[in-house]
Design a protein around this ligand. Sequence first.
Ligand code: RIB
Ligand code: CA
Length: 309
Amino acid sequence: MSPKPVILDVDPGHDDAVALMMACGSPELDLLAVTTVAGNVALEKTTRNALRVLSLVGHTGVPVGAGASEPLHRPLRTAEDIHGESGLDGPKIPEADFEPDERGAVGLIADTLRDSPEPVTLVPVGPLTNVAALLRAHPGLKGKIAHVSLMGGSIGLGNTTPAAEFNIFVDPEAAREVFDSGLRITMSGLDVTHQAGAGTAERDRLRAAGGVGGVVAGFLDFFAATYEGIFGFDAPPLHDPVAVAAVLDPGLLKTRPMRVDVECESELTRGETVCDFYGVTGKPPNADVGVELDRAGFFDLLYDSLQRL
Ligand code: RIB
Ligand code: CA
């Protein structure tokens, strides 16, 4: 089976960094491009971090296009309290060995879609601003998007407000446009990513592996400290790698087709993914929403991918 072509859209961010490494260490995927968006930290930092992570694992041939520096209609909200000032605090890693692609995120994605002999899977794991911008600028390229496997939203509680998960909260209008696009969407929300908590056992197994595993363990130690301080979790959820795993091995994620609407008006619940679990709206489903994760299978996949780096 030939490797599946994918593009990752990221806002590194510790879990984004692990998602990038997971994609690079998985021969089942052909990482055609990486695009960056403002989210966890400002765009110049998410772009620097994406370039550094790809350099660290020797994947400097993957073009990186910098995208939106702020949401479509709102001021940017960042998360230095969780990811640190750099967006990737913890173990020091070297500066990047290469520069961003001058086409920028939308231009790079558009060219990549046009040039690919087969439709490409998009894996956005930050605010959906770049994906919405691509769909606005190049609606004719939707046919070259096979699938969108996104990390974002929640059937239940939020993590940024009681109702909203961070990626959707930051740019709800972009998220609404993506969910209304008609593209095949798999939503890995907090309901499943919170089943991917990297506790001390998982971090120690990564540390024992050494090499990239040791760096990831160090990143997750930092992530664990901030997550525990804010949420009381001692096992930080590997949110973004779940969206990659859903492409690598769809059987790891139990999903349920649902209509997902995004609240954009209410200041109280803005960014909520309103998931019609029981189909009471009568609206046709627009996403396959993750409801359960095979945790053991997920971590096995993660360890295998990192050991190849
Ligand atoms: O809510 C978790 C999501 O927000 C993850 O993608 C994390 O990296 C942040 O972007
Ligand atoms: Ca992210």
